[in-house]
Design a protein around this ligand. Structure first.
Ligand SMILES: Nc1ncnc2c1ncn2[C@@H]1O[C@H](COP(=O)(O)OP(=O)(O)OP(=O)(O)O)[C@@H](O)[C@H]1O
Ligand SMILES: [Mg+2]
Length: 325
């Protein structure tokens, strides 16, 4: 891809454990164009968060990432910590699941927002604080100037999450990583917060990787979607076609298990018979035990992630049964 903002090649994340090594992300490759919104879906433990943590240099101490994460021409996995810090405060930003763990409880909200602009953009204090108030206003915090002088605990959950969005987008990053950014919120507020994030992302030209369990959110906000299972990409497709014509048996299972879009406010991933596997490093397909259409070779041969030209442009799937006629 020539206009790629992000190009991930063969990203693998391993964790050292007393009983041996576990593979949480197993050879993931994907590309992202400027301004694009990519959804990553998959059941709990499929490796969604670890992809983002590896990109941000935030893996747990027993974790190690290999492969390549090229972002604006630099391999993030090979950057010295100081350089990675600069990228993180400027072109790359992340919103975490729980805003309280990322906001400093002892610092006024306006000062926290301004700090990033002062440190990373070299802005003067007064100008940075004015920018912070303007951004709080943009994320619809009422009476933003007064609110900026308050502490995080004086905000409701929904407001704190909007403060996180303000903080993440203040530096106008090229790429925003959002890991289940609204699961802690009421369903009605979730939709508002996500819509706002996407709207501001469009305005600033920020590309977004949105990790979610919620296929309804993917349908509404994402240009493209990657389906992850056992640390591997099972399928990739433009969001609007994935729902009409899923190519991988795992994706078909997820969609069949999902409540109908129009009847449920927030359709969640449903249940497919069997237990999701984690740990990676299987020889065949990680979904083989739960797959209803498996072939004998699925247990032994790893299905490569192939382009599915017959399914239309931008489609890939890792299944021995898909794409061969
Ligand atoms: N520090 C660690 N040591 C060992 N294994 C770990 C560690 N951190 C994560 N894992 C494992 O990595 C795998 C992938 O975890 P990850 O957090 O990426 O899942 P996820 O897809 O984000 O799930 P969820 O939807 O629940 O957030 C899981 O099997 C998890 O147990
Ligand atoms: Mg996670």
């Amino acid at each position: 891809m020539t206009d790629s903002l992000l190009s991930i090649r063969d990203l693998t994340v391993r964790f050292r454990l007393p009983q041996g090594e576990t593979v949480a992300v197993d050879g993931v490759s994907l590309d992202l164009s400027p301004g694009e919104v990519l959804g990553i879906v998959g059941e709990s433990g499929s490796g969604k968060s670890q992809i983002l943590y590896a990109m941000m240099g935030l893996l747990a101490a027993n974790g190690r990432a290999s492969g390549q994460v090229s972002f604006q021409g630099q391999n993030l996995l090979a950057l010295p910590p100081g350089d990675l810090d600069r990228v993180r405060g400027d072109a790359l930003s992340m919103i975490f699941q729980d805003p309280m763990t990322s906001l400093n409880p002892y610092m006024r909200v306006g000062d926290q927002l301004a700090e990033g602009l002062i440190v990373h953009k070299g802005m003067a204090g007064t100008q940075a604080r004015a920018e912070a108030v303007r951004m709080l206003d943009r994320v619809r915090i009422p009476d933003a100037a007064a609110r900026a002088r308050r502490f995080p605990h004086e905000f409701s959950g929904g407001m704190r999450q909007r403060v996180m969005i303000a903080m993440a987008l203040l530096a106008k990053p090229r790429l925003l990583l959002a890991d289940e950014p609204t699961t802690a919120l009421d369903v009605t507020i979730q939709a508002q917060v996500l819509d706002l994030m996407a709207e501001l992302g469009r305005e600033t030209g920020t590309a977004i990787i949105l990790v979610t369990h919620d296929l309804g959110v993917v349908a509404r906000l994402c240009d493209r979607v990657v389906v992850l299972y056992g640390g591997r990409v099972m399928e990739e497709a433009p969001a609007e076609v994935l729902f009409d014509a899923p190519a991988h048996p795992y994706t078909r299972g997820l969609l069949a298990a999902m409540p109908r879009l129009e009847t449920a406010l927030t359709p969640r991933l449903g249940t497919i018979p069997g237990t999701p596997r984690s740990g990676g490093a299987v020889t065949g397909c990680p979904f083989v035990d739960r797959c209803e259409v498996r072939l004998p070779r699925c247990a032994t041969d790893r299905p490569p992630l192939r382009d599915l030209t017959a399914f239309g442009p931008g489609r890939r799937a890792a299944c021995h049964l898909t794409g061969v006629s």
